[in-house]
Ligand binder design. Structure first.
Ligand code: AHR
Length: 506
């Protein structure tokens, strides 16, 4: 009797076959005025670690360590009822935020956010209210932010102590306006017209802006794809990106489908790319629209606070998901998918950054710590900025309820950007809960390489998490055994694991 073969996968790495260069903006995140993302998250003036701007030093350090390159702000659903003027200058009115049934103090606004971006070294991605407001307010906000001076709004900025224009390059034309939950929800026709008008006006003020039109809120929306087609027919020549949003969760214990969530993201990207290119052909346009996957994550939505709760609070505890090892592996697989589509996805935001479905958690007046999901993001941000190689795995497959048969291996390889192009990283996920996976990679085309390191996120308890008391319960650990011999890499990926394999010369 022969032993059943152990699960295995094989790949070939060859720098001659590249998908493209990963845009650093793929490693963006998102700060919304929602729950404790801003207040007692990144901003807490009376925290012992707060700096002169009220920003928490411990959180800033973690944001830098996470490697985030770009941050979208200030929403999300919040932005669709937001008055940006409330958050600048000395008068900060308190307002109701109907999106999250909260009270917004406006203590933190546009200029405080820009201080945060410069201190954390990230690029701002500013979202506009095209829900309850329109093109004229969008143009006014742009004038305040980017015009040098000599006009009422640019001089107002200067009077607020910001002499130089902020020079904000990336702007989202609203948020999820296809969703009936959104303040100012619109049909695709209505939104397409408003977005095109806002875009035209904005480009007249600042021709250098890069603009994101709202795509679908998720791939199950009844208007999915037809929304993008109609919106792009109105906006094609004025915008650069169309947005995608997607959140995943483990439903009713179906962990195999959850671990294969990247299949949905893959289908989402392929469909939106096809729709963009259909409109391109129809309009005989030359440029291609890129995708901005500006909200993605694991999110246990069933815990979402219901809208009929009575109290309107300031910075309530909302959406504070505590992530497990399994969630971290899924986040890793979604990052792999974004990288595998780097030819068309050139911006993306892990939603969100602090406390609210976030890789960083804080306690008011207390510590900040890394969630499990911090680690795959930090790895991908560190090793994913380079030339993404085309990898077509041949892998043991297994059945999932949601997506049919899927490969046990999900992976991508990235060659470091020059001058370190002789180092290549394999980012890989083993999607089996039970079985290790033997990986064989043909790496001869990379030259004379050896294994520089192999670390994983994996745990005997797939539900293990970090907490204020045990902030490092789950963290990357080195594994041994991976080796290159005669141009062949062999490595074993533990069950349900996120893996980082670094290959290079001496
Ligand atoms: O990130 C949480 C929420 O998810 C955002 O406010 C909204 O845009 C999306 O539905």
């Amino acid at each position: 009797m022969t032993e059943p073969a152990l699960p295995h996968a094989s790949i070939t790495l060859d720098p001659e076959f590249a998908i493209g260069e990963a845009d650093p903006r793929l490693f963006g995140s998102f700060v919304e005025h929602l729950g404790r993302c801003v207040y007692t998250g990144l901003y807490e003036p009376d925290h012992p670690d707060a700096d002169e701007d009220g920003l928490r030093g411990d959180v800033l350090a973690l944001v830098r360590e996470l490697g985030v390159t770009m941050v979208r702000y200030p929403g999300g659903n919040f932005v669709s009822g937001y008055r940006w003027e409330d958050g600048v200058g000395p008068e900060r009115p308190r307002r109701l935020d109907p999106a999250w049934r909260s009270i917004e103090t406006n203590e933190f606004g546009l200029n405080e956010f820009m201080r945060f971006t410069s201190k954390s070294g990230v690029e701002p991605m500013m979202a506009l209210n095209l829900g309850t407001r329109g093109p004229s307010e969008a143009a006014e906000m742009l004038e305040y932010c980017n015009h040098p001076g000599g006009t009422a709004l640019s001089d107002l900025r200067r009077a607020h102590g910001i002499d130089k224009p902020h020079g904000i390059h990336l702007w989202c034309l609203g948020n999820e306006l296809d969703g009936p939950w959104q303040m100012g929800h619109k049909t695709a026709e209505e939104y397409g017209r408003v977005a095109a008008e806002a875009a035209r006006l904005m480009r007249m003020i600042d021709p250098d802006v890069r603009l994101v039109a709202c795509g679908s809120s998720n791939s199950s929306m009844p208007t999915f794809a037809s929304w993008e087609a109609t919106v792009l027919e109105h906006t094609y020549e004025h915008v650069d990106y169309v947005s995608c949003h997607a959140y995943y969760e483990e439903i009713a214990g179906d962990v195999d489908s959850f671990l294969a969530s990247a299949q949905d993201m893959e289908h989402f990207i392929d469909s939106v790319v096809a729709t963009c290119d259909h409109v391109r052909a129809k309009l005989r346009a030359v440029k291609r629209i890129q995708l901005s996957f500006d909200e993605w994550n694991v999110w246990y939505r069933r815990q979402r606070r219901v809208a009929d709760e009575p109290e309107w609070e300031i910075a309530p505890h909302l959406l504070e998901d505590n992530y497990t090892v399994t969630d971290a592996v899924v986040v890793g697989s979604l990052l792999i998918t974004l990288l595998r589509h780097c030819d068309r996805v050139s911006a993306a935001c892990l939603a969100q950054l602090v406390n609210v479905i976030a890789p960083i958690r804080t306690e008011r007046g207390g510590p900040a710590w890394k969630q499990t999901t911090f680690h795959p993001f930090a790895d991908a941000a560190r090793y994913g900025k380079g030339r993404v190689l085309r990898v077509e795995p041949r892998s043991t497959r297994h059945e999932t309820a949601e997506y049919g048969e899927v490969d046990q291996l999900h992976c991508v390889a990235v060659q470091d950007a020059a001058p370190d192009a002789d180092t290549t990283t394999i980012l890989a996920v083993n999607r089996s809960v039970e079985q290790p996976l033997n990986l064989h990679a043909e790496v001869r085309a990379l030259g004379d390489v050896r294994v520089l390191g192999h670390h994983v996120i994996a745990d005997a308890d797939r539900h293990a998490r970090n907490s204020a008391e045990h902030p490092d319960r789950v963290q990357p650990r080195q594994v041994t055994g991976a080796a290159v011999s005669d141009g062949q890499l062999t490595a074993q990926l533990p069950p349900l694991s996120w893996n980082v394999l670094r290959l290079g010369g001496d």
